[in-house]
Write a protein that binds this ligand. Structure first.
Ligand SMILES: [Zn+2]
Length: 168
């Protein structure tokens, strides 16, 4: 029995060893002075620790703990709001990174396409650019019932609007 059992002594004192190991440790302690000395030291140390008085709880500690718990609960309840949870969900890194990236990309596309839309006239509202020929054409069409004098007929003839003259 050369294998020392010092690493088992704590469990041996606690009675936490299986029966087979317990018997082996007991037999070893009867033969090995080194392990027997370690066992006595450990047992004495435990006895000293058990003899120490329990630390006294400061007066009012329990009341103060309850007071802090109640205060924290009320503070967190007052801070809780639907917008807070929504904001927290949107700012989570797993959600926020792709969403904010998509928003930034969409904003960039809109910003870059606006000048091109203005240049190409896609976004221009109807009538924004004044076309004199179209204006005269529309005016004459709408007021043709009242055109009686030759001056006006001459104006119509000289506006060079093919569809208008073709209708005549
Ligand atoms: Zn030993």
């Amino acid at each position: 029995m050369n294998a020392h059992v010092t690493d088992r002594l704590s469990a041996y004192l606690d009675g936490a060893l299986p029966a087979s190991v317990l018997e082996r440790v007991r037999a070893h302690l009867e033969q090995c002075a080194t392990c027997a000395r370690a066992y006595e030291e450990l047992r004495g140390l435990r006895g000293l620790l058990r003899a120490l008085p329990d630390p006294a709880v400061p007066a009012g500690l329990v009341d103060r703990i309850h007071w802090h718990l109640a205060r924290d609960a009320s503070v967190s309840a007052s801070r809780r709001s639907p917008w807070r949870s929504v904001w927290a969900a949107w700012t989570q890194p797993s959600v926020a990174r792709p969403v904010w990236f998509a928003l930034a990309a969409a904003t960039l596309v809109v910003i870059m396409s606006l000048p091109m839309g203005w240049v190409s006239g896609v976004f221009a509202p109807h009538g924004a650019s004044f076309d004199p020929d179209a204006y005269v054409h529309d005016y004459l069409l709408l007021s043709s019932d009242r055109l009686t004098d030759d001056v006006t007929r001459t104006v119509i003839a000289h506006t060079a609007l093919p569809e208008f003259t073709a209708a005549r």
